[in-house]
Design a binder for this molecule. Structure first.
Ligand code: SF4
Ligand code: SF4
Length: 403
């Protein structure tokens, strides 16, 4: 690390440590003088069987456009949901690079409905990717990713449409690797994400996976990450910042965090370091609304190890999350007699309360066929929740927020 960069890191960490997740907009930030003022370079890891060496923080096409040149400069080279970019909106910071210097991922959704109701349709997925390539002019996508994934192992066994679409595109040189972003589907009688991913690893040509993962969630996720590493399957954690955003806005939490034992750490930076400390995990998707958040995350990802303050900050966050923050484990969903997609509803709450993206949260909530108002208050879900959340009361609260 250069002397200047080291000074910046220390200065930033002190400032970030004092303020938590800053709310400043990019427009309000000073223009940094040169590359020395950029965050430290991200480490890279091998993305499983794809063989791609990707920066530990995954970029996303919905990041603020002002952030993208700085992210590229810091070593972000893998771009999630890149199909959203066309020839006009593809960031100049990428356009000026040789095409092989960065990796673009095209996510492919089911058709004729959302991820729970839509269908897999080989021809339409094939045409979708061709259309996005034509409009973007990027030539090829490095990764074809089945967005939201299979509903069950049975569906993965029976329906090869997504894989066939990928194979046709690959033969034409239009995509290179196959990955999946897998959700839980026990709310519709399907399987949990890790069950499906274990099946895929041995039976389908998927080279990499993406799934929910945050501090304190179920052991099966950690087990999947370990297995994936052994089988050379790439792993990207998403929905990583469980409770971080709402803690940053909680006055009581902020007062507790001011204790010297947390000095130099924040829940956000501690979470990033904790994720990165798992050598088996390839990378993480972390929402970045502004440069301060990005800088905090990058500095943490570039740091070598968790310190006692980081462990303490995560412990404080875990205590704050109890009874309040859903970790999206979906354990409660299987027992609900009303088949309410509880974990999906609380995921939308997270968009609003942790990522401050209320518009997206409301839009997703509005698309549900059974929202929080269908809860009959039977209480069957309560014993299943490791977070000790009063789920029925929270469903009402989230409905007030998003309904
Ligand atoms: S209390 Fe509501 S959410 Fe919980 S199991 Fe009963 S109906 Fe489902
Ligand atoms: S409410 Fe509790 S049991 Fe249900 S998904 Fe969230 S953390 Fe898991």
């Amino acid at each position: 690390m250069s002397h200047d960069a080291h000074d910046l890191s220390r200065r930033d960490m002190i400032r970030i440590g004092a303020t938590g997740v800053a709310a400043a907009s990019i427009a309000g930030l000073p223009v940094l003088a040169d590359d020395k003022a950029a965050p430290d370079k991200l480490p890279t890891r091998r993305y499983g069987r794809t063989g791609l060496e990707i920066g530990w923080l995954v970029g996303a096409s919905d990041w603020p456009k002002e952030l993208i040149p700085r992210a590229v400069n810091a070593g972000v080279n893998y771009w999630h949901k890149a199909q959203a970019w066309n020839a006009d909106t593809l960031p100049p910071a990428l356009k000026k690079l040789p095409r092989e210097a960065y990796y673009l991922e095209c996510v492919v959704d089911r058709v004729n409905g959302d991820h729970t109701r839509g269908k897999i349709d080989e021809e339409r997925h094939y045409e979708f990717v061709k259309d996005r390539l034509k409009k973007s002019g990027v030539g090829y996508y490095d990764v074809f990713k089945f967005h939201f994934g299979y509903h069950s192992i049975e569906e993965a066994k029976q329906n090869s449409g997504m894989v066939r679409a990928f194979e046709r595109l690959k033969k034409e040189g239009l995509v290179k690797h196959l990955a999946i972003s897998q959700h839980h589907y026990n709310s519709i009688g399907g399987d949990m994400a890790w069950e499906i991913m274990h099946y895929l690893a041995d039976n389908r040509p998927y080279e990499a996976t993406q799934f929910f993962h945050t501090y304190g969630d179920r052991k099966e996720v950690a087990e999947w990450i370990e297995t994936a590493k052994k089988k050379d399957i790439g792993t990207i954690a998403m929905k990583t910042m469980g409770g971080v955003g709402r803690a940053a806005n909680d006055e009581k939490f902020k007062k507790l965090l001011a204790d010297p034992k947390f000095q130099g750490s924040t829940p956000a930076s501690a979470m990033v370091k904790w994720l990165r400390s798992n050598e088996n995990l390839t990378a993480a998707v972390i929402a970045n609304k502004n440069f301060d958040q990005f800088r905090e995350n990058t500095l943490a990802a570039a740091s070598l190890a968790m310190k006692p303050q980081d462990h303490a900050a995560l412990g404080l966050l875990a205590g704050h999350n109890k009874g309040l923050t859903c970790l999206l484990c979906a354990e409660c969903v299987s027992v609900c007699p009303e088949h309410i997609a509880i974990a999906d509803i609380f995921r939308y709450e997270r968009y609003a309360r942790d990522y401050y993206d209320v518009d997206r949260a409301r839009k997703e909530y509005a698309s549900l066929t059974r929202n929080g108002t269908t809860c009959v208050g039977c209480g069957d879900c309560l014993p299943t929740c490791s977070q000790e959340i009063d789920i029925s009361a929270k469903l009402k609260d989230v409905h007030r927020l998003l309904g």
